[in-house]
Write a protein that binds this ligand. Sequence first.
Ligand code: NAD
Length: 261
Amino acid sequence: MMPSGKTALVTGSTSGIGKAIATRLARQGCNIILNGFGEEAAIEAERAGLAKEFGVKAGYSGADLTHPDAIEGMMHYAARDFGGVDILVNNAGVQHVAPIEEFPVAKWDLIIALNLTAAFHTTRMALPGMKAKGWGRIINMGSAHAKVASPYKSAYVTAKHGLAGLTKVTALEGAKHGVRCNLICPGYVHTPLVDGQIADTAKARGLTRDQVIEDVILKAQPTKEFVTVEQIAGFAAFLCSTDADQINGAELSIDGGWTAE
Ligand code: NAD
């Protein structure tokens, strides 16, 4: 059962996995703060749609999470307009695929800032309110790449492994205060992020698009099926429920058996 009257901030929720998580949490009665980039009208339609369909309060912050001052602005907005963040989903992330010796330095800095450091900033600013209320859920969006590596993804694999460390420390520091922190580790999910990666991997490895899907992506996933955004959203909602009260600091795979190999 999901406790009532909670506010969830889902970063990177204008697309893909984050959008599905925000929708699922709204359906379960949470107020929602969306974040991410995109077309203004489409984002407003998503925000207004959640409020109307599920009868919750829904807001939006366009903060660029690579800038700590923008993150501070987003967290102040959450405190002012929503009374703080009860459920924090650190989901925003990007990918870049290239061999280490050719990896653009600016891409490395961007991926570490967004996929790892942003979660530190949101967490440090959300924790005091959660501890004061004696309840909080922090879900970090990891990846199978928080556990294992693939070539050409140095920044992404580094950031996701780092996020696994932050998850465990947050879990320990929050444990006695009703705060739980876990890492969801999906395999491949067919979102715009993966679409871009298919193109990049094709270029890096000299393969066609179909070859990448069959020989790289579905090769890694023993079920030979993509994970769906709805399956990840359902898992995230479960982690916010009372049934999940003793799940803390865990790296939770939802990868069709990828990391079992
Ligand atoms: P996506 O590209 O569909 O969505 C990414 C979201 O992040 C968008 O809302 C985008 O606007 C937002 N974003 C990008 N840069 C931002 C910035 N600087 N500031 C704020 N928001 C920003 O990607 P997705 O596939 O839904 O991925 C979401 C998360 O899931 C990522 O952390 C990704 O690493 C992880 N993940 C994805 C897969 C997969 O196969 N798709 C697998 C494992 C983990």
